[in-house]
Design a protein around this ligand. Structure first.
Ligand SMILES: C[S@@+](CC[C@H](N)C(=O)[O-])C[C@H]1O[C@@H](n2cnc3c(N)ncnc32)[C@H](O)[C@@H]1O
Length: 696
């Protein structure tokens, strides 16, 4: 008897390993989904500030128990869970699972051989529910999903990984699905994969994923392709109850609280709000308006409301104004020197700052001064994804990883860090984006050779290579004295400022915009100033010459007055493709890490994906103290009314004594007069005359 049962056991383990190895390639993403839920549970425990009760985990359609083995490797099943229940209606697979339980000696795992539709257990008692590739195999999925909704504990998590096919039509106008990146499957793919899997009784209809998203609140969602097997579409989903704990109190109250933080208005309870309404109009964020519609229509809230952190604010990623950027940010690093901003602005803990995100570097710099609030605004969602990544990294990673990611711009384990450590601190949209862009950190060029601005950096490096100046560049980045630097500079200058190359490349409008991020309106300002300087009328013929002179006037003083090897991290990065331990932005220092990795370091940060004007129109009047516009106003058309409207709105939203800091490519930009006509006193705090540099 004993011999017989060991033979049966061995056969089953063999079956299990054969089953698991054949499924490994097909059922992709299971390990990722399990790592994501484990990261969520761990991070929730940290946020709650102490041990919460050990979770109860139900793996529905758990098959051979492969998921439990994976989870065991991740967190230790016995240590991490009070009880694990595998539910599957196939007796043969349950036997294999049972054998696996015996083999690993897990005493807290129960295998229940049962149809999931008939599962009964105490309502709201399960902390973690997972389904890997089982939802697509259950014909009566509505009843199972409804049942699971009732089982999930108030702060519970559900993790799903499965095949799917959907088109853009399935998802358009659904604002609660946490982003649409890579979700559309083309017509051929939809037809092919549905028919293919039908034969195996696996159903890929769009309704399954839809219904999950309708019944739960989306925390993270990502659409992937299994390219090892012809690009089968599959998705990862992490959700919670629609009325999840993070939304303590009624949904409406939570939405009100969040809105207060977005609009700088005080939080008012429902009664206070009603009383106040007669006297004053309280500005409402778009996020609030959208949440109220969802609550009234019995839909889940947008995914931003189910995140652990309120940093990233909901936006509609399907709008053309966001989609126009494709999947690319323009700036992988900030060009504006925050040291100058700091000296001019003298940021204190009472400041409420509105600024453009760009690559987010300067936002981290401002946050080191501990202001009350920073509203980061960018129309390009990808710039905000970059800022979110930085913020998540400071929240979850030690200094060594931060340095590799943003100092060196390379991290071979980036994908693993993203899933295991960063994911609980990111919005669904940012997570989707970075899951798709892991090569930004693993490719040879690294982070700083990504984004639109990489063209400029690559061109500069290529030029130095072509002219055999690479050694001089390396020396320039090493020398410690200004005299040595001044000696080397002329050799490089000849290469960098060689006239034929500039005529061919730098002076074209296309290059200015695509590679250097200089839009046509801004380029015109440069040309106008140059025309005035040489006493000629403005015309496109002098455009190339003007831009060339602009570059000369910028580079010469920088080389003359700032030390590249120690201080000028902007140019150091352009030349080396990375920062050095001696030469880097302040936020990449050890001291900055100590400050920014503290638990509440980013509590004051709000990341808006919208135009500045749209954001300030929804902020309570007289609440901002500082607005840093960078050079964004150079982008406006002087003939249009947009600048006038924005300046008027800025005046309204700023406190008395509030300041606006802008940079411009022009010596005296045309909109300075509009500022003066609208209650501002304009002061030029730095003028970039030939031979002089106003910052690094
Ligand atoms: C493709 S397998 C995936 C197994 C496992 N989750 C994994 O990732 O290896 C799908 C599983 O769902 C189970 N299943 C399908 N319908 C079910 C139902 N109504 N109740 C319980 N289990 C079901 C099947 O028996 C099968 O084990």
């Amino acid at each position: 008897m004993h011999v017989q049962s060991s033979v049966v056991a061995m056969t089953q383990m063999l079956q299990a390993s054969v089953y698991d190895s054949t499924r490994k390639q097909l059922l992709r993403g299971r390990e990722d989904m399990l790592a994501l839920v484990a990261a969520q549970l761990q991070s929730r425990e940290q946020v709650s500030g102490g041990p919460i009760r050990k979770p109860i985990w139900y793996d529905i359609g758990g098959g051979t128990g492969y998921n439990i083995e994976v989870m065991d490797k991740l967190v230790g099943v016995e240590e991490a869970f009070a009880h694990v229940v595998l539910v599957d209606f196939s007796p043969s697979l349950c036997n294999i699972a049972q054998e696996r339980v015996r083999k690993f000696g897990w005493t807290n795992v129960t295998v229940v051989c049962q149809d999931a539709r008939l599962l009964r257990c105490e309502p709201q008692s399960v902390d973690l529910i997972t389904m890997s590739y089982s939802l697509s195999m259950i014909p009566d999925f509505y009843s199972v999903v409804d049942l699971l909704t009732g089982l999930l504990a108030p702060s519970g998590i559900i993790g799903i990984c499965d095949f799917y096919v959907q088109s853009i039509v399935d998802i358009s106008s659904r604002n609660y699905i946490g982003g649409t990146f890579n979700r559309h499957v083309n017509w051929l793919g939809r037809m092919f994969w549905r028919t293919w899997f039908d034969a195996d009784r696996v159903n890929l209809d769009a309704g399954r994923r839809d219904y999950i998203e309708y019944r739960f609140g989306t925390i993270l969602s990502a659409s992937e392709r299994n390219y090892l097997l012809g690009g089968i579409p599959y998705y990862l989903y992490i959700g919670c109850r629609r009325d999840a704990d993070s939304l303590s109190g009624s949904g409406r109250e939570v939405v009100e609280r969040l809105d207060a933080a977005l609009t700088e208005s005080p939080y008012l309870s429902a009664r206070e709000y009603r009383n106040q309404q007669s006297t004053e109009v309280v500005p409402r964020s778009k996020s609030y308006e959208c949440a109220i519609v969802n609550l009234s229509a019995n839909l889940p809230l947008p995914s931003a409301f189910y995140q652990q952190h309120p940093w990233r604010i909901y936006y509609n990623d399907l709008l053309h104004k966001h989609q126009q950027f494709g999947n690319e940010y323009i700036y992988a690093f900030n060009w504006e020197d925050p040291k100058v901003d700091r000296q001019l602005l003298n940021i204190t803990k009472d400041d409420v700052i509105l600024t453009i995100t760009s690559a987010g570097d300067n936002i981290l710099d401002y946050l080191l001064e501990g202001p009350k609030r920073v509203h980061a605004v960018d129309l390009n969602p990808n710039q905000n994804h970059l800022l979110e990544l930085k913020v998540a990294a400071f929240t979850a990673l030690p200094y060594a990883d931060i340095w590799q990611m943003f100092g060196e711009g390379r991290h071979n384990d980036f994908r693993s860090l993203l899933i295991h450590k960063l994911s609980p601190h990111m919005s669904s949209q940012a997570f989707q984006y970075w899951l798709n862009c892991t090569n930004a950190f693993t490719a040879a060029g690294g982070l700083y050779e990504t984004g639109g601005s990489r063209h400029a950096i690559k061109l500069v490096r290529w030029l130095f290579k072509l002219f055999g100046s690479s050694t001089s560049v390396r020396t320039l980045c090493k020398v410690e004295t200004m005299n040595e630097q001044r000696e080397i500079w002329p050799h490089l200058r000849d290469t960098l400022l060689s006239w034929p190359l500039h005529k061919a490349i730098v002076s074209t409008e296309w290059w200015s915009w695509k590679a250097a991020g200089v839009p046509p309106a801004q380029r015109r300002l440069i040309v106008d100033d140059y025309a005035a300087r040489i006493g000629k009328p403005t015309n496109e013929k002098i455009g190339g010459e003007a831009v060339w002179q602009y570059v000369v006037d910028t580079l010469d003083p920088v080389a003359e007055h700032t030390q590249l090897s120690r201080d000028n991290y902007f140019y150091y990065l352009c030349l080396q493709g990375k920062f050095s331990r001696k030469c880097h932005p302040r936020y990449l220092g050890v001291k900055a890490h100590a400050k920014l990795s503290k638990p509440k370091a980013f509590d004051g940060l709000r990341i808006h994906t919208d135009e500045i004007m749209e954001v300030i129109a929804r902020i309570t009047p007289s609440t901002l103290t500082i607005a840093v516009l960078m050079d964004s106003m150079d982008w406006f058309d002087p003939e249009a009314t947009a600048a006038q409207e924005q300046i008027f709105a800025l005046n309204k939203v700023l406190k008395a004594g509030g300041r606006v800091l802008f940079r411009s490519a022009a010596l005296r930009p045309w909109y300075t007069d509009i500022f003066e006509r609208n209650g501002f006193e304009a002061k030029c705090v730095g003028r970039r005359d030939p031979g002089k540099c106003i910052d690094r």
